[in-house]
Design a protein. Structure first.
Length: 343
């Protein structure tokens, strides 16, 4: 039987990119108002090269509303899936994802405080929520790693998971306390915590691109080390892996990605948990193949689930976190039972 190559070939990346672009174009065209593919492509190309737009085509819908939202959905899906795959490999825990550390709940706390107390940045829509979420995400990471380091100098997997779970419960209790006294802003807080990409902008997309290019690249470069973690931290250390350095780099990178995603799209569950498992069934456990593929599949998955949320109860919009949780829970149960049958 022919062995699977360690890295993807150029044509395989071409297939992934083609599938991503097709899904992106479909999601921009579809919605409460359907727009032909030909018109959509013409508007996007003419907008890029600053050419005149033919009359009768909804330029504002395509360029100002749908395209930035679809871009943000794709980038958030890629970030969450990459973070989930990295955390599952690092912690050797199939239930791990990017929110295992508790950073996502910390970012949610920052956003909740911003909404409840009306913290804003003049001229930047949702700027206060985004900045507060990012600040609390990084503050949460510092607190969690400091506590884990004080308890266990080696930063063992069990200690990190335990601290993350406790920190998540603690921040959720504070969020519940704030919501109790939030008055008329409860609806806004609850809608945001369920995940929402409405109001996404090109600035948000650019922020996600920068985060993915920086922290995502750092995670991808740790693929070989994550493969070594599969045989245990002690064995990884014996084959020359600097366990503590790699662990800190991956944890910080994943936490940064999650913090940025939560600050822009709210809490979107199950993407980082389910997509790496689905991808692993197709690519195998090698992180050099798993992580890049997870990014593409996660981007496509979140674009399609966002589209479902936009059209399923039109003219109302369903929070994207509700859709991902519903689909993700069913898919995860299927994966669990199918792998049990194989074993």
């Amino acid at each position: 039987m022919k062995a699977r190559p360690e890295n993807y070939r150029l044509y395989e990346y071409g297939i992934f990119t083609a599938l991503l672009l097709i899904a992106m174009l479909f999601c921009v065209c579809a919605g409460s108002v359907g727009i032909p593919v030909k018109d959509t492509v013409k508007v996007i190309i003419n907008s890029i090269f600053k050419l005149p737009i033919p009359e009768g085509i909804s330029q504002s819908i395509i360029v100002s509303v749908r395209l930035p939202r679809v871009l943000c959905a794709a980038l958030i899906g890629a970030c969450l899936s990459l973070g989930g795959g990295a955390m599952q490999g690092l912690l050797r825990n199939p239930l791990a994802d990017g929110s295992t550390l508790g950073v996502a709940s910390g970012a949610s706390l920052g956003a909740t405080i911003s909404i409840a107390f009306g913290i804003s940045i003049p001229g930047i829509p949702f700027g206060g929520t985004m900045i507060m979420a990012m600040m609390f995400a990084f503050l949460s990471l510092i607190i969690i790693l400091s506590l884990a380091y004080r308890l266990d100098f080696s930063l063992s997997t069990n200690t990190i998971i335990l601290i993350g779970v406790i920190f998540t419960m603690f921040t959720n209790s504070i969020i519940s306390f704030i919501v109790t006294f939030a008055g008329q802003k409860v609806k806004s807080i609850m809608f945001w915590t369920m995940g929402s990409l409405s109001g996404s902008s090109y600035v948000n997309a650019l922020t996600l691109i920068v985060a993915l290019a920086g922290f995502g690249t750092a995670i991808i470069f740790c693929s070989r080390e994550l493969n070594a973690f599969a045989i245990g931290e002690a064995n990884a250390r014996h084959v020359g892996v600097n366990v503590k350095r790699v662990k800190l780099l991956v944890l910080i990178s994943v936490s940064a990605l999650i913090g940025v995603c939560v600050s822009i799209g709210g809490t979107i569950g199950f993407v980082g948990l389910v997509i790496p498992h689905m991808t692993r069934m197709l690519t195998g456990p090698n992180h050099k193949r798993l992580l890049p593929a997870s990014m593409f599949f996660g981007a496509i998955f979140l674009m399609l689930t966002d589209l479902i949320g936009r059209v399923i109860i039109n003219p109302l919009q369903l929070p994207i976190g509700v859709v991902t949780s519903f689909i993700g829970s069913i898919v995860f149960i299927y994966i669990f039972f199918s792998t049990r049958k194989v074993n």
